[in-house]
Design a protein around this ligand. Structure first.
Ligand SMILES: [Zn+2]
Ligand SMILES: [Zn+2]
Ligand SMILES: [Zn+2]
Length: 263
């Protein structure tokens, strides 16, 4: 049996157990009362609703065409003899449902991806994605926020005077908003300037510099130093930092785990 059928079988068996329990309970309730099918079904509804697993409502009871010549005991016998068959049929239905013939009422893949992917906004400066996993966070009053920020040189930020690639991240930038920046791509530059003027509006960026941050991006910048220089026409001499060059792949993996998984 495939996993989907196994889960469904569990649920179906569980639900049918609840139906049986509700039937027994309502029959007990009715012992002293009249042999009235309508009263019995009302009582059944009361018991089954307590379990909260089968979405029965009073409408289902009202719509029932209850035969007038049947006693509660008989109805119970009929139901009991049929329940097992209905249960097996239901389980069979799930067993026969495979990846190839399943019909979703709502595409679960998109829902899962959307939930896992979270907020798709990126920091206007360093492009690090927002850390919130639900898209509604802004409406709920939490502005966008990043777990860490990337060195700005990665996206072509450089010193206006000497074209030196920027090694600082956004956390540093908010500390010194008068720092001169130059961006290779004018379009992004315009966009950034607007954001810059509004002082990172809509983003929570804490002003601090932590040496252990961005290990991954420091490693990447060292690794692709020449390409960064060619692509942005920036001076990349500052990347020749002894500390940056000493970062190993193991350091990077550890740092990413610490920052993204343990935080
Ligand atoms: Zn259940
Ligand atoms: Zn940033
Ligand atoms: Zn966000």
């Amino acid at each position: 049996m495939h996993i989907y059928a196994k889960i469904a079988k569990n649920e179906v068996e569980h639900t049918f157990d609840e139906i049986k329990t509700a039937m027994i309970a309502s029959t007990k309730d009715g012992m002293s009362a009249t042999d009235n099918l309508y009263d019995w079904s009302k009582s059944f509804l009361h018991h089954i609703q307590k379990f909260n697993s089968v979405p029965f409502s009073s409408r289902d009871i009202d719509d029932l065409q209850l035969p007038s010549n049947i006693y509660v005991k008989e109805l119970n016998q009929i139901l009991n003899s049929n329940l097992e068959g209905i249960k097996n049929e239901t389980i069979e239905h799930f067993k026969n449902t495979t990846v190839n013939n399943v019909k979703w009422r709502e595409d679960p893949y998109n829902k899962i991806i959307e939930c896992l992917w979270g907020c798709t906004e990126c920091c206007p400066f360093c492009h690090e994605p927002c850390q919130y996993s639900d898209k509604e966070h802004v409406i709920q009053g939490n502005i966008h926020k990043c777990i860490q920020h990337r060195p700005l040189g990665l996206y072509g930020f450089m010193n206006e005077e000497n074209n030196m690639i920027m090694l600082n991240s956004c956390n540093r930038l908010v500390r010194s908003p008068d720092e001169h920046l130059r961006h290779k791509h004018e379009y992004i530059s315009e966009k950034c300037r607007t954001y810059y003027q509004s002082l990172f509006n809509g983003w929570e960026i804490r002003p601090f510099v932590d040496g252990n941050e961005c290990q991954y991006w420091k490693y990447i910048m060292c690794r692709w130093k020449d390409q960064l220089q060619q692509f942005y026409g920036a001076n990349t001499n500052d990347i020749d930092d002894e500390e940056w060059k000493s970062i190993t792949v193991e350091d990077v993996v550890r740092s990413l785990n610490e920052i993204y998984i343990c935080s």
